[in-house]
Each structure stands twice: as structure tokens, then as C-alpha cells.
Design a protein around this ligand. Structure first.
Ligand SMILES: *Cc1c(COP(=O)(O)O)cnc(C)c1O
Ligand code: SF4
Length: 335
């Protein structure tokens, strides 16, 4: 694919692809050859967190299958409007952990920067679907308070760029931020938590590789795939390019009912990730965010699934089953 020169002032191709994402549920169903009756009970919840899915991701869904595991992750369903006890807007205590505008500092040595509220895809189970990004980061265009916080706390050796999806920001902004982080002597590692290389592989272009390869920080990219069908040849190529820029690649998934709650699908995911140069890192139990209760898999079921996975795969292909509990010193290992 021809890349436009990042210095020419033209918009890179991935930004067009991002803008061109499918936002109309009727169009999505039409692309997949599914009946419009699936929209009869479209949830109110989709008004504040609307459908959004890149065309490259839609292309990996099976046509005529309302239960497709990729479709289930993005199509708003009536069940989102159900009130479920124990499900709320801030399931992991993010608001209490905001230590400076845009900084979540929950764990020793690692500070997480909420760089943007924007994502390439809207995942219906997302634990930050109700997060007030505007309040957390009032001036998204300036990192000064966040950088000042990280500069003062010399115990922070790793900075995690998260969001939203940090790679939805333009490369020039990211390059500037990373240069400022790299100038802090106690910061050694840069970690990106991003789903864009999976859902929009065009994002991994020359512009991204330029700043990623150039930074002296050690680089970890944690991608987010939940199902083997998410990894097609374009995605695998994008992941290969990221490794080529010097990043260690890990994956985190969420255990989701109707998406990957079977040992065969978890095993296929681990195999597909490894074939693309990515090690499985975490398998998260669902965070109890309002609107996502229909995705929940019980802890008992999860433990059984991971035990079966362990009996099938080499240890390095078995992700750690974890749950995030507000106020704890790390993610809680379940298995
Ligand atoms: C999950 C998380 C991290 C990273 O935790 P690891 O166990 O190192 O992957 C860091 N900060 C916050 C706020 C998190 O939620
Ligand atoms: S890409 Fe990540 S942050 Fe964005 S909606 Fe999906 S799960 Fe949430």
C-alpha cells in the first residue's frame, strides 16, 4: 500500500479509514446480509455509546450469522438497557485513582495516561464506556500537568498510554509526548494499550514506526484481541511491523459470553496470536460495567476454561486469568 509522506501535510490513510467507520446499525446489518428486524429493540444505551466499527473489521465477520463473535462485540443489543445489580458506571474505581488530570496511578511503578477518549471501535463490554473523558483530561491538547506529575514521582519507571485508544491520536502529537517522557531519567519503559492494530491494521504505518523505533525507551505494545477471527493477514502484517519497530507484543482479552467462552476458541486465539508474534498476557473477567451484564462468564466457569486451556497448550500460551478489584495493589490473579 502506498503511504503518503507524513511530512507532506496530507492526512495519513488510516485517518480516512477511521473516519469512514460504520456507524449506522442498518448499514452494518446490510453489509452482513442480516435482517433489519435485529434492530427492533435497539437499546437506549446506544445513544450515549453509539455503534462504531471499522470496515476492515466488518470484513472479518461471517455473513448471515447474527451470532458471529466479532459482530457480538460491537452490535448494541436490547439487553444493554437491562438494569443489573452490581453493574455500574465506574466498576474499577478509575475516578478515585485519578491523581492528576489524565493520570491513573493505581500500581507501583506504573502510571497510566488517559490520552484520549476516542477509539477506533466501540466494544459493547468496555469498562470505560461511561468514563467522563472530558473531566479526566480537560485539555486533551496539553499534557503539562500529567508530565509534571510523572516528573515528580521518581518511582514511576513505566508509562502506559491508554484511553480510549492512544493510537487514535496523530503521530505528531504522540511523538511529542514520547519525547517528553523519554527526557525523564526515571522513565525506562513505554507501554501502549491499543486495539487499533487489530481493528484497523492500516494504523501501523511509516508515521507510527518512525517515532516508535526512534525512542530510546523500552517498548511494550499490549494489543486487544478476543477471538482468532480478528487476526487476518493484514493484522498479522501490522503486528509484524510493530515488532520490527522494536516493540515486545502482548495481548489482553476479555472473557465474553457468546464470543470466546469455549476452550477451543481460547486455544485458537492463543495460537493465532503466537503465529503473529504476540504472547497472551491477561484474560480479564468482565468488569461489571452497566450495560454489559449479558457478556458475563462466572468465575467458576472461567477457572474451568483456563484449566482446560492449560491442559492443551504450552504454558506460555495460557493467559493469566485476572480480575480488577478497585483499591488492590495489582490485578487480582484468579488462575
Ligand atoms: C491494568 C492497569 C495497569 C497495568 O497493570 P499490569 O498488571 O502491569 O499490566 C496500570 N495502571 C492501571 C491504572 C491499570 O488499570
Ligand atoms: S478499544 Fe478498548 S477502550 Fe476502546 S471501546 Fe474497545 S475496549 Fe473500550
Amino acid at each position: 500500500m502506498l503511504q503518503r509522506n507524513p511530512l507532506s501535510g496530507q492526512r495519513p490513510q488510516w485517518q480516512d479509514a477511521l473516519r469512514d467507520a460504520v456507524r449506522s446499525p442498518a448499514e452494518l446489518l446490510e453489509l452482513l446480509g442480516l435482517p433489519r428486524t435485529l434492530l427492533d429493540a435497539y437499546p437506549r444505551a446506544a445513544q450515549s455509546f453509539p455503534l462504531r466499527v471499522p470496515r476492515a473489521y466488518v470484513a472479518r465477520m461471517r455473513r448471515h450469522d447474527p451470532d458471529d463473535p466479532l459482530l457480538r462485540q460491537v452490535l448494541p443489543l436490547a439487553a444493554e438497557d437491562d438494569d443489573s445489580a452490581g453493574y455500574g458506571p465506574d466498576p474499577v474505581g478509575d475516578l478515585a485513582a485519578l491523581t492528576a488530570p489524565g493520570v491513573l496511578h493505581k500500581y507501583r511503578g506504573r502510571a497510566l495516561l488517559v490520552t484520549t477518549g476516542a477509539c477506533g471501535v466501540h466494544c459493547r463490554y468496555c469498562f470505560r464506556r461511561h468514563f467522563p473523558y472530558g473531566d479526566a483530561n480537560p485539555a486533551v491538547d496539553q499534557w503539562r500537568p500529567a508530565l509534571a506529575y510523572i516528573a515528580t514521582d521518581t518511582t514511576i519507571s513505566e508509562v502506559i498510554l491508554s484511553g480510549g485508544d492512544p493510537l487514535s491520536l496523530p503521530d505528531a502529537r504522540l511523538a511529542e509526548l514520547i519525547e517528553q517522557l523519554a527526557a525523564l531519567p526515571h522513565v525506562r519503559r513505554l507501554r501502549l494499550h491499543t486495539r487499533l492494530p487489530i481493528v484497523l491494521p492500516e494504523r501501523v504505518d511509516d508515521g507510527l514506526c518512525a517515532w516508535l523505533a526512534a525512542t530510546p525507551l523500552q517498548k511494550v505494545v499490549v494489543v486487544h484481541a478476543n477471538h482468532a477471527n480478528e487476526i487476518d493477514s493484514a493484522t498479522a502484517a501490522a503486528l509484524g511491523r510493530l515488532r520490527g519497530c522494536g516493540a515486545t507484543l502482548l495481548n489482553q482479552s476479555v472473557l465474553l459470553r457468546g464470543v470466546n467462552d469455549a476452550v477451543a476458541s481460547l486455544a485458537e486465539l492463543s495460537e493465532a496470536l503466537f503465529a503473529a508474534g504476540v504472547l497472551p498476557y491477561y484474560l480479564h473477567l468482565l468488569d461489571k460495567v452497566g450495560g454489559a451484564a449479558h457478556f458475563d462468564v462466572t468465575e467458576t466457569e472461567a477457572v474451568r476454561l483456563v484449566a482446560e486451556l492449560r491442559a492443551r497448550l504450552p504454558g506460555y500460551l495460557v493467559p493469566r486469568l485476572v480480575r480488577e478489584i478497585a483499591g488492590e495493589a495489582s490485578k487480582r490473579p484468579i488462575m
